[in-house]
Design a protein around this ligand. Sequence first.
Ligand code: CO
Length: 463
Amino acid sequence: MAKKILFTETVLRDGQQSLIATRMPITDMLPIMKTMDEAGYHSLEVWGGATFDACIRFLNEDPWERLRLLRKNVKNAKLQMLLRGQNLLGYRNYPDDVVQAFIEKSITNGIDIIRIFDALNDLRNLKTSVETTKKFGGHCQIAISYTTSDFHTVDYFVELSKEIEKIGADSICIKDMAGVLTPNTAYELVSKIKDNVSLPLEVHTHATSGISEMTYLKAVEAGADIIDTAISPFAGGTSQPATESVAIALQGLGYHTDLDMNKVTAIAEYFSPIRDRFRNEGLLNPKVKDIEPKTLIYKVPGGMLSNLLSQLTEQGLQDKFEEVLKEVPLVRADLGYPPLVTPLSQMVGTQALMNVISGERYKLVPKEIKDYVRGLYGKPPVAIKEEVKKKIIGDEPVITVRPADLLEPKMDNFADEIKQYAKSTEDVLMYALFPQQAKDFLGRREDKFYDVPVQKVNVSIDI
Ligand code: CO
């Protein structure tokens, strides 16, 4: 019998995050949820990543209420979220008690599957989130932050997958956030992981460089069980490949999917005018749908390329672009080959830019890079050379324990700081993650004289 391939639909999280900076309000989602529930998806990725931040910062929407409403309307499909390990949905490490409370509340408010990853693939940074997800009955999917470098070989990722199985994952995801996983590597990587690990394997890529459908096909041929796609109006470019197109192609090749193509088509028709509205409002920049093979040539994520170019252009230094691009791999090697994923992509990019602008390597170093070298983000994939370390932090000590072991519990402090407006643990968690935005959101909700308006500025897209 032909193999069945399962689909995770990303339109409500990564699809809209990659194309419209996560600005889709719940009112655009609710009318189609029943159809999405019945369309035969394995899961719907609906929460986490930037959705939480965008809800309070730009949409004046309670992210917890969004989750509860989605859960109320989805009875069959599993609801999935993305979580950055000990960073939760932010950019720094939180103490264990905050991580535990956040995961418990995510599950009790409706999440089934939590995809957990660490930017450095330091599994110590996943420990608390993995344990808590399992404790509260969630499906714990651990994602490999896929990247390319001399160090990140197929064998390295296979060894990492074995460790992931050992620490209790229910499934594994190869998370290619930059769209740099090529079809041949996908085939080799998926085959070898399937040979060594008995967990279901999901593949996540982005269409940025124009090869994503080929990558999925080879991954499926090699034994991948689940793939991530976005319904066509929110597919392509920096988003995922289109659900309908990939499903039709796979069905033609004899694979089974559980998708009801009539329902999937209805979903595409529903989101089509919504996509048009975002395009007319200017939130959907046509550029994000462009194909960008440079990301394969420079091995730098598309979002990082455009961020660097805009930073340089702002300072009238766009002629330094090529020079900065050449500096990126050198900085990355100096720093022990961190995967170029948020926040490390921004940090490495900024350091490369500073090296070029100042004309001297590590003359100027941002605080985040110093903290990284101090070990506060976790263990770099490769040890940082002594001379580089000395240049960046002098003789300061480097920590070798799990970074969160150094953090005191903080839930009580957060609860105390926001007691004027918080009515629930969910409110306190909102404040713990995004203090100023949450204070403004909760202030507007609880006090009719609270006069900080909802933010209207546009932000750059961060995948
Ligand atoms: Co993604």
